[in-house]
Design a protein around this ligand. Structure first.
Ligand code: ADP
Length: 516
């Protein structure tokens, strides 16, 4: 490119020498056309910083006409603070040849004619024409880009503030679950400083028992919008345990690739404490209910124990008489002693069932044979029922899968249902009976049904049957069935009432079978 150098006092655009008028005119035209066609403003200066050319786009950007700037120092286009150093820049470059901006480009501030300033991207090139040297500057107004950058910075900072100060515990993890960031609430809840959480995984922080399930949940997360939630217990640095609901979701980019995960935690400690308290209360109530029931049954039970004791006394008397009369047959004495032994066993069994029913102990979960439980209970009840002219019929399915639960509590339910049936039939109408059946429904549920030939329930009682304190008995507490219902619910089962075919009451107790 050949640019005519300008002397400071010369006309900015001197007429070219006459002999090369046509060629110069043509190149002059071409240069002007080129400069004016460029979308980005272009400014040419000589080695002293004086403006040689000012493109149309530059005119529009700065608000100056070419005639106002040609020949003037380019510092005109800069705010004061920059302008001061500009001469030095050019001078240094000329002395050292080390470019600070040429061929590199940089972001600088420019100033319009009206004094307003704005950011530009400036790239500078150098040209030489004979001994003359000058510079070409191509400018790009980056006000809009800057504004967008500022906006982005502002909204990023805003998001950061929201994240940090959100009252809920939130964190971001990479796709493999390593914590990348955790907000303040999250740090407080887990009891860790932010730095201690970074790069750890939630699965490293749980109690051992909860780890495998949480790992499986995280592994199952991959699709877009995938999420899960789970109750998890975390170990806290002070040695405590935090009960929390953890929820996690995958965040994907626009091409649906998994980028990271958002993991939130909700403190469940209070809820857990309340549930534990409710469980304890329920246990106490269940125990009290059992004691109350046994208290009412005491005469029947005393009778039940008394019978074998009486039998033992009789057999002992018989044995003594045999010996006094000069024992002739040792086999006879052995037979008497056997009978004493079996009667003592029978009394022992009753005492054992009673002991287990009265003991206050932790709730258990074990594999139970419901038939054995029913037989145990019926041994306690049978005599009482018979004494009242009632028959106890058992119809137990031999192929009963085990259930998972607390034997004493299930017995308490069956006992309560049989006792209610017996009490309903105190006014005998004929040959009254209580029937207990057991059966398996599709191997997933064991069903125990206690039915009677009594009067059944009135519609009014039926509607409110399981409400506490509902009783039609003068001495009743009305707690039996509601305790039964809560025991059965805690076992994941259900207790229902239905009218028996012959008008009596029928209670159905369903319990899920034990899984392996
Ligand atoms: P309680 O036995 O102290 O009254 P329950 O909760 O065990 O308390 O029973 C509530 C009421 O349900 C009884 O008062 C009785 O009216 C009715 N009920 C329970 N079982 C039977 C039954 N098999 N036949 C008739 N009524 C029954």
């Amino acid at each position: 490119m050949s640019i005519p150098p300008l002397a400071p006092d010369e006309n900015p655009l001197p007429a070219p020498p006459a002999e090369s008028a046509r060629t110069n005119f043509a190149s002059e035209d071409r240069l002007s056309a080129l400069l004016d066609a460029a979308v980005d403003p272009i400014v040419l200066i000589d080695s002293a910083g004086r403006i040689l050319r000012f493109s149309r786009a530059a005119e529009r950007l700065f608000g100056y006409g070419s005639d106002e700037v040609l020949g003037r120092n380019v510092k005109l286009l800069m705010p004061q603070a920059y302008a001061q150093d500009h001469d030095q820049y050019i001078h240094r470059y000329q002395q050292t040849g080390t470019p600070r901006i040429i061929g590199i480009g940089r972001e600088v501030t420019a100033q319009r004619k009206d004094g307003s300033t704005f950011p530009i991207d400036l790239s500078v090139g150098e040209f030489r024409s004979g001994a003359e040297q000058g510079f070409v500057g191509i400018l790009r107004d980056i006000s809009e880009r800057k504004r967008q950058e500022q906006e982005l910075l502002r909204s990023t900072a805003e998001l950061r503030l929201i994240f940090d100060n959100a009252p809920t515990a939130m964190s971001i993890t990479d796709i493999r679950g390593h914590i990348l960031d955790a907000n303040h609430a999250c740090q407080v809840l887990l009891g860790y400083q932010r730095d201690d959480l970074l790069q750890r995984r939630y699965t490293d922080l749980t109690v051992d028992e909860d780890r495998a399930a949480l790992v499986a949940d995280f592994l199952s997360l991959n699709a877009v919008d995938d999420s899960f939630s789970r109750e998890v217990r975390f170990r806290t640095p002070d040695g405590g345990v935090l009960y929390a609901l953890l929820y996690a979701g995958v965040v994907c980019d626009i091409e649906q690739r998994s980028l990271l995960m958002i993991v939130g935690l909700i403190d469940r400690s209070a809820l857990f404490a309340a549930t534990r308290e409710a469980d304890e209360l329920r246990d106490r109530l269940v125990h009290a209910g059992r004691l109350g029931m046994l208290g009412e049954m005491v005469s029947g039970i005393a009778h039940e124990v008394n019978q074998p004791l009486t039998a033992i006394a009789n057999y002992a008397n018989a044995g003594r008489r045999l010996l006094q009369n000069g024992l002739t047959d040792a086999a006879e004495l052995v037979s008497i002693l056997d009978k004493i032994g079996s009667q003592a066993d029978r009394a022992g069994q009753v005492i054992r069932s009673l002991r287990s029913l009265t003991r206050k102990r932790e709730q258990l979960r074990e594999r139970l044979d419901c038939n054995a439980l029913i037989e145990d209970v019926s041994r306690l009840m049978e005599l009482d029922l018979r004494a009242n002219g009632l028959r106890l019929q058992l119809k137990l399915s031999p192929a009963l899968p085990p259930v998972h639960g607390d034997a004493v509590q299930i017995q308490q339910v069956v006992l309560n249902l049989i006792r209610n049936a017996a009490e309903a039939m105190q006014e005998r109408r004929g040959d009254e009976f209580v029937r207990v059946t057991s059966s398996a429904r599709a191997r997933a549920v064991v069903e125990i049904c206690v039915s009677d030939s009594g009067p059944g329930l009135s519609a009014e009682v039926e509607d409110r049957l399981f409400e506490p304190f509902l009783t039609t008995k003068a001495e009743g507490m009305g707690l039996g069935l509601s305790i039964c219902k809560s025991i059965v619910s805690a076992h994941g089962g259900e207790l229902l009432y239905r009218r028996g075919e012959r008008g009596g009451a029928e209670f159905v107790l369903r319990l899920p079978t034990a899984t392996e």
